[in-house]
Each structure stands twice: as C-alpha cells, then as structure tokens.
Write a protein that binds this ligand. Structure first.
Ligand code: XIL
Length: 360
C-alpha cells in the first residue's frame, strides 16, 4: 500500500465517523466467504467497509444528481452515504464539456467534483477520448491530420489541466478496441491514425503529472480474444514508454454472465505492472425480475467485487449507477433492467448485502 493510499483511507474513515455516513462506531467483524449472501440487518455503508480495506467503491451519476425536491435529496444523500468515489456518467464527455470549438462548459462536471470533495470522495474522470458522444462541431468539420492532432491536444490539455489535482484518474481512451481486437474506427483513429492513442496519454501526463491514466473497455473482463488483444495493446504501449497506469474493465454483465476467468485476467494485467479497476459495473436481468434472479445477481456482484479486492492491483470498483430508478440499461437493452444495488425507491437489494460482505 502506498503512503498516500493509506492516508487517504484514514481520512475517509474519519469522515465516515463524523459525516453523513455515521457508521464508524459499528463493529465490523471479518466474515468468511461461505456466509450467506444476504443480511437484512447490516446498515453499514459500503464506503465504511471500503475505507477499512483502503479501497474505493463508487458510482457513476448523472441526471439523478439534479433531481428536484426530496427525490434529489434522497439520491444525493444515498450517494454520499454509500460511496467514496464518483464518476461523471456523461458530464465530462466531449459533447458536454466542449460544445463548441472555443467553448468549454465545465459547470456541470464542476458541481459533481465539488460534491465529491465536500463528501470526501475520489473522482474518476470519464472520458477524454471516445468514439461516442463527440460534439457535432468536431465530427462534422473537415480537418487535416495536423489539425485533428492539435484539436486532440487542446481538448486533453484543457480538460485535464482544469481538474489537475482534483480528478484522481482519467479514462484517457475509452473503448478503443473493436470486437475484433483491432483499433476501432472512429473520429480520432480515422483522422490521425493509431498514433492518437500515444499522443493522448502523453498529453494527459503533461497536463497532470500525478493523475492515474487508464485505458477503459468492455468485453475485456474475462480471458478471451478481445482481452488478449487488449493485453498486447497495453504491453506495447508500456514497451514504448507511454504513461499508462492501468486498465478499466467496464463490467456491464448479464445475470449469470460474469466470466469465470475474471480473477485470472486481473492477475495477468497486474503482472504487467498495471492497475486494474472495475469501472462501470452493472448486472442486468430480464424483466420482470424474480426473487431467484435477484439472488443470482447478488452472488454475481459478490464474485466481481471479491475478484477485485482480493488482488493488490485492484483497489477500485465503480458501479454504473446505484438505484434502478436511474440506469442506462432499460433504454439501451430493451426488456432488461434492475441491474443495480438499490431498487427504484432506494431500498437495498440482495446484491447490496453481498457487496458489503465482499468488502469486509
Ligand atoms: C452511457 C451512459 O450511461 C448513458 O447515459 C449515455 O446515454 C451513453 O453512455 N460504456 C461507457 C460509458 O464507457 O460512457 C457509457 O455510458 C456506457 C458504456
């Protein structure tokens, strides 16, 4: 454990004692992994357990943060009580933060960062370069390769510098590999070529010398053809001295679909000297959900969180939302939902207790 990580954990544990989380007086007894995954009595926040292990447990947030009235109060207080990390689900993406060539709009993301700071939460920056959610001024423009490189450098520099010292780590490049394992076609690859990846990491490092810099992707959580490509991709970046800190496993799973090779895959990336973060965890099921499905989901959550925290290289699990009231799943995967730890009225589901147990 680094000194910094240790001090941060102590600070967070202290905050949990005096702040909204109010749980440090509850005694926490380590449990064996064979205990049942459900406990209705333990109200200890996830972040209290996480802080004791020097790990970070977070959620992405977007619209719910701005719900009006008591709904918003419940959303924000649940977020602050449970988590010691926050990701902007959309507010730091290109189209939101850079809506015109000479206009950066930081206010929405600034309010998330301020909320995180006032609640003792670490922030993951998501994301600098992505093939989706690019502002139309960029994608509809006609640019030479040199102009596109200058636009990349301007964007990465301005955003990273704005949050220097406040965003702990960045998803520098997001979903840059296609399902075939080759670099994915998109604005940056098509205009600049493969060198854009290295340019992005080096530019981010110049703008913030200490932030963690990540490659984040999906379908690389288990050992498979795409994660083999991801492994070769990051090993090549490292061989060329590109400043990469780690790999983000998005982890958008279907119930029953957690890869059995998750732990082994974390281990092989860690053996390269990289960190591994679980960055967008949700486990969707087909609606209407049944009690049996919710139990399987709980076990699946437990397996993922345990796989992370049992590796020294994995100190961060971020869920892609925390309440079924606010999740990208139903609008993206028709017929699927109920993917998160709390139901739509903020009541903990069986998965909540199993994540508590995994973090103990
Ligand atoms: C999703 C958001 O959750 C949605 O609100 C938005 O409409 C589209 O993007 N992988 C990623 C995330 O890296 O940025 C995506 O977030 C989900 C998949």
């Amino acid at each position: 454990m680094t000194l910094r990580r240790g001090l941060r954990a102590v600070a967070l544990a202290g905050l949990v004692g005096v702040g909204a989380c109010g749980s440090s007086s509850e005694s926490i007894t380590p449990t064996s992994p064979t205990q049942p995954s459900q406990s209705t009595s333990d109200t200890t926040p996830l972040r209290a357990y996480a802080a004791r292990r020097n790990v970070f447990v977070g959620s992405a947030i977007d619209r719910g943060f701005r719900y009006p009235g008591s709904d918003g109060v419940t959303f924000r207080s649940t977020m602050a009580r449970q988590f010691n990390m926050l990701t902007a689900e959309n507010d730091m993406k290109h189209d939101r933060i850079h809506p015109a060539r000479d206009t950066y709009r930081f206010d929405p993301a600034d309010s998330l960062v301020a909320f995180a700071e006032s609640n003792g939460m670490r922030v993951r920056g998501h994301t600098l370069l992505f093939h989706n959610q690019l502002a139309s001024w960029l994608t509809s423009g006609t640019w030479t390769k040199d102009e596109a490189k200058a636009l990349l450098v301007d964007h990465v520099t301005k955003v990273v510098a704005h949050y220097r010292g406040r965003v702990a780590e960045w998803d520098v490049v997001n979903e840059v590999l296609g399902d075939n394992g080759a670099l994915r076609s998109g604005f940056w690859l098509d205009r600049i070529g493969p060198e854009y990846v290295e340019l992005a990491f080096r530019t981010a490092r110049a703008a913030d010398p200490t932030a963690g810099l990540y490659y984040n992707d999906y379908n690389i959580e288990g050992i498979n053809a795409k994660s083999d490509s991801a492994y070769a991709f990051v090993r090549d970046l490292m061989a060329r001295g590109v400043p990469i800190t780690g790999v983000g496993f998005e982890s958008h799973f279907q119930v029953g679909g957690v890869p059995s090779s998750l732990s082994a895959n974390i281990t092989r990336f860690a053996a390269l000297g990289l960190k591994v973060h679980i960055t967008e965890l949700d486990i969707r099921l087909q609606l209407p959900s049944t009690a049996a499905q919710l139990q399987t989901q709980a076990q699946n959550y437990r397996d993922v969180v345990s796989a992370c925290v049992s590796s020294p290289a994995c100190d961060t699990v971020v869920f892609w939302g925390f309440t079924d009231r606010e999740s990208w799943i139903p609008s993206t995967f028709a017929g699927w939902g109920d993917a998160l730890l709390f139901d739509s009225i903020y009541q903990p589901k069986p998965a909540f207790a199993s994540v508590q147990i995994s973090l103990k």
